[in-house]
Design a protein around this ligand. Structure first.
Ligand code: DC
Length: 223
């Protein structure tokens, strides 16, 4: 039996993972799974229940009991939490900040890894996140690790925010990203690190088209 295609994309915030993940999924006809959306949905469940971000048992409970699904094509992905559409909600600043707090808890990560593996049971996938090549799919056929300068990542995030109608000073975005970077790379439970067999792509100077072409060449070589 031919092993099914799994493409793992890891890297810090704003490095271009979701843009590349969606484009690859569309081009190759694969399922796209945004693993960060799952951590974000858990953060929303905790916030909306009124529990504190210091209440570990409540956070672990939300991660285990939350029914989270991703539906629709890659460019119009809908995130459902307990049957509620939280696609926009999970991108608000409180959820963004809380997501890296919930993601540092080992029991939350265990529950999410299980959900992610279940979501990908259906077929070949492109999944992006922080631990996809190291923990969720250590046997992925292709592992990409994207990175870019903090300035370029903040510029992209600030552009995305303005497209959503929120104007945020670039310095503020830079501060917020640096804070999440340090939580994501500094935590004890599967921190953000590049898998030893991942291919590093620096996206600082790359257009989306150039990034997609480069990634497609790599995928073809591993086909
Ligand atoms: O990619 P994102 O910004 O939507 O991710 C939200 C948070 O979840 C981010 O702080 C890192 C964390 N995360 C993680 O720890 N592991 C993943 N596989 C995906 C996201």
């Amino acid at each position: 039996m031919v092993k099914k295609m799994t493409i793992a994309i890891d890297g810090p915030s704003g490095s271009g993972k979701s843009t590349l993940g969606k484009a690859l999924a569309q081009r190759l006809g694969l399922l796209y799974i945004d693993s960060g959306a799952v951590y974000r949905a858990i953060a929303c469940k905790v916030i909306d229940s009124g529990a504190s971000m210091e209440d570990r048992p409540a956070i672990i409970d939300a991660a285990r009991k939350g029914n989270i699904s991703l539906e629709g094509p890659p460019d119009r992905l809908t995130v459902l939490l307990d049957g509620r559409d939280v696609t926009q909600r999970i991108r608000l600043p409180d959820a963004t900040s809380a997501s890296s707090i919930v993601a540092a808890i080992p029991e939350v990560r265990d529950a999410v890894v299980e959900k992610l593996r279940r979501m990908s049971d259906a077929g070949a996938v492109v999944m992006d996140g922080r631990d996809i090549g190291t923990r969720v799919f250590p046997d992925a056929r292709v592992k990409l690790f994207l990175d870019a300068s903090l300035e370029a990542r903040a510029r992209r995030r600030s552009q995305e925010e303005s497209e959503r109608g929120r104007l945020v000073a670039i310095e503020e975005v830079e501060r917020e990203i640096a804070e999440r970077d340090s939580r994501d790379t500094g935590r004890a439970a599967t921190p953000l690190v590049m898998a030893s067999d991942a291919i590093l792509i620096d996206t600082t100077e790359l257009t989306v088209e150039a990034l997609l072409e480069h990634a497609l060449e790599i995928v073809e070589r591993h086909g």
